[in-house]
Design a binder for this molecule. Sequence first.
Ligand code: SAM
Length: 277
Amino acid sequence: MKGTKMKTITNLNSDKKYQDPLFKWPGGKRSLLAEIMKIVPGTYSKYYEPFAGGAALFFSIKPQKAILSDTNSEVVNCYVQVRDNPEDVIKKLKQYQNSEEDYYKIRASSPYSETGRAARFLYLTALSFNGIYRTNLKGIFNVPYGHKTNIVPCQQEKILNASKALQGVSVICQDFQEIKATEGDLVYFDPPYTVAHGNNGFIKYNDKIFTWKDQERLSKFAWDLSEKGCKVIISNAWHESIIDLYSKFKRVDISRSSVMAASSSYRGKVKECLFFY
Ligand SMILES: C[S@@+](CC[C@H](N)C(=O)[O-])C[C@H]1O[C@@H](n2cnc3c(N)ncnc32)[C@H](O)[C@@H]1O
């Protein structure tokens, strides 16, 4: 491992002072916000989150000028509809019950309207087993019912709060490298965690796997942005191959509890890195 500047922090409970993300998402950063916030700069122009997912950091800082993007078109559609048509999304969600029968009916459905798609997405991410979002190789959501009978499918207040935070925010379906950040902007990268060698215990939860070539492409892109004068923060796995990739950045190590690992041998404490410049 090359010599990045490093310090270690352990702790990590979720903090109630931050707004909840709109939906639970694999690799979501809700529980790490307190640590990430320590390195978020006090001032910047635009905020970019090009691997938005549940966008936990965006919802906690609610920047005035922001661009969220992700390659998952259901994520992007959900944010756009909640931003522009929250009442319609709420109306559709209110028609759904929390029952095994409804869950499998809704899971098998392909709503025609964009608000219908957003309602289906919010319903499934709320009621799936462990709140997991996972699709098969054809991109079809395939997680079983979670039997969480206490959850109300339509969380109206959460949707309205998210809609408020999303006003004026651009949400785009695109690869991370398409962002147009310039000097003074803040970019937070939170890619899927793949490493160069071995089984790191992170599950493949999306229809396209983020390859090692993508990790290399990302580290180079992040460095180029920092050289252009952008403020850059990257979350990634605590792994030798990743630490080598970001050897030019400053680094903080953090650890969190994990229930998302595919194998039980990987559950428990998982170490992650924050790189920044
Ligand atoms: C670890 S998750 C982000 C979690 C997010 N920070 C949160 O708080 O919920 C990574 C996201 O990257 C997206 N993604 C995967 N490949 C991508 C790519 N090439 N460009 C942009 N987004 C991508 C996935 O769809 C997923 O939503």
